[in-house]
Design a protein around this ligand. Structure first.
Ligand code: ATP
Ligand code: MG
Length: 454
């Protein structure tokens, strides 16, 4: 198992550091996960050895953040698969004048000092791997200077030290706190939650890429609904995604949306996102109805949101720009939003339209979004089942068959080259997708009929 190899590699690094006379432990998220009985994603080591010593003790290292005391150590794993472990020198952090990074760090010989600069008690524990292998139980091998064990047991995300000071130092911690509370189904400890509420507007000082990364993690870890409820409750939502906060209280026609307003509907969709969902799908689930608040209208017959897809696309594009999404990810999110209402017509679509619909990149994500949308409202999966069945049974060569005619054929047939060629070829392709024509001659005949040569 990959996890065991990473753990063995980190334990060997600890042993080596200790043999050279230094103190060393596992630290942070891996200790928390071992105590929870979850497999850690990666193992971090904290040591009293200064970075220059760490660099000399191991064969292959990268001084990625030597300034912060962080060195990456590579162990050659089996089959030449390297395992990279982060080894960080104990440190205490100086003043954070930018609200993001300490102005200076001071290396320390004290593990206690090191954990006090970390964010939450559940992330602030050390573990002695030698004791773990001797005693066999993670809880018997932990060094807990911050009360993390108790908070893990009672399910609390609690800032280490004074929450207001800790969030003032580094505003990103507010978002991390929400993410951990959602991930573990923990509560935010009362003083921690109050401090976030008071400082929520300072989240604007966090770099937008980091905000986006945190939100994406919240959306794709399998607890998106709870994460967004907590973002709302702490006042962070209106700061980072005011367009989403506007969904609250926007009523919908009960015959289509018995579940409630746009926000309730969106939360239900988020509740359906499983861990490991593609980020674009998760963001589209969040934003698919973002155009509704601005287009809400009480028409004589019912509430309507005319043009909400187009308005939503403009808003989502702006969010993509603001949060510095890579273009390809914004494109996929916009495609998912822009096409989400088309499933309503899927049974009536001409065969050629349906096949072109299926050509959308990652059509499985379009299907998944539609399924979530149905389950979060009326609950009927008829159109979903129909579309999925057709999508899964249509062979690729039927969806995207080799074209029967080309521009060259049109020239040979005597048409002067020009911009109308694209439309002529599309008409021939449609006929082919409809199954009306099967040969080049038949396709040319369709074109000839519509565009007679003078
Ligand atoms: P995950 O499972 O999401 O990786 P993690 O706890 O391992 O969770 P990392 O971002 O990998 O989180 O950080 C590793 C450790 O570094 C944390 O457990 C915490 O002790 C410390 N840490 C990370 N970010 C901060 C921060 N912004 N402020 C203070 N300490 C932090
Ligand atoms: Mg980690």
């Amino acid at each position: 198992m990959a996890g065991n190899r990473a753990q063995d590699a980190a334990a060997q690094i600890v042993a080596r550091l200790r043999a050279a006379g230094h103190e060393a432990y596992f630290v942070g998220g891996c200790v928390r996960d071992l105590l929870l009985g979850r497999e850690p994603e990666d193992f971090d080591v904290a040591t009293s050895a200064p970075p220059d010593q760490v660099l000399t003790l191991f064969e292959k290292t990268f001084a990625v953040g030597a300034h912060f005391g962080v060195v990456l150590v590579c162990n050659p794993g089996p089959a030449n698969e390297e395992i990279v472990t982060e080894v960080a020198t104990f440190r205490s952090d100086g003043v954070y004048s930018d609200g993001r990074h300490p102005d200076a760090v001071r290396f320390s010989r004290s593990p206690e000092e090191d954990v006090k600069r970390r964010d939450f008690t559940i992330n602030g524990m050390l573990l002695d791997p030698e004791l773990l292998s001797a005693r066999g139980k993670a809880s018997d091998a932990v060094l807990d200077f911050v009360g993390g064990m108790k908070d893990l047991q009672i399910g609390l995300v609690r800032a280490i030290g004074d929450p207001g000071e800790r969030f003032t130092e580094d505003k990103l911690r507010m978002l991390r706190g929400v993410r951990f509370a959602a991930r573990f189904a923990f509560d935010l400890e009362r003083r921690t939650a109050i401090a976030i509420q008071q400082l929520a507007s300072d989240v604007s000082q966090v770099s937008r890429e980091r905000v986006r990364e945190e939100l994406t993690r919240m959306l794709t870890e399998g607890h998106a609904k709870r994460a967004f409820e907590l973002l709302d409750a702490t006042g962070l939502l209106v700061q980072v995604l005011p367009e989403v906060a506007k969904m609250k209280g926007v009523a919908q026609p009960p015959q289509y949306h018995p579940e409630g307003d746009v926000w309730v509907h969106t939360l239900l969709l988020l509740g359906g996102l499983s861990a490991g969902s593609p980020p674009a799908l998760a963001w589209a689930a969040l934003l698919h109805d973002v155009g509704k608040p601005a287009t809400f209208r009480v028409a004589p017959d019912r509430i309507r949101f005319d043009g909400h897809v187009e308005t939503g696309l403009r808003i989502a594009e702006e969010i993509g720009r603001r949060l510095r999404f890579p273009n390809h990810e914004t494109d996929q999110i916009l495609s998912l939003i822009g096409n989400h209402m088309r499933f309503a017509d899927v049974r009536r679509m001409k065969e050629s339209t349906l096949k072109r619909f299926f050509r959308l990149p990652h059509f499985d994500q379009h299907l998944a979004l539609h399924r979530l949308d149905c389950l979060a409202s009326h609950g009927s999966l008829d159109l979903y089942d129909f579309a999925r069945q057709r999508f899964e049974t249509l062979p690729q060569e039927a969806v995207r068959p080799p074209l029967l005619v080309s521009g060259k054929d049109l020239i040979e047939a005597g048409y002067p080259p020009g911009p109308q060629f694209a439309q002529m070829l599309a008409v021939a392709e449609d006929a082919q997708l409809e199954g009306v024509v099967h040969t080049r001659e038949q396709a040319l005949a369709v074109i000839l009929e519509r565009w007679p040569r003078q």
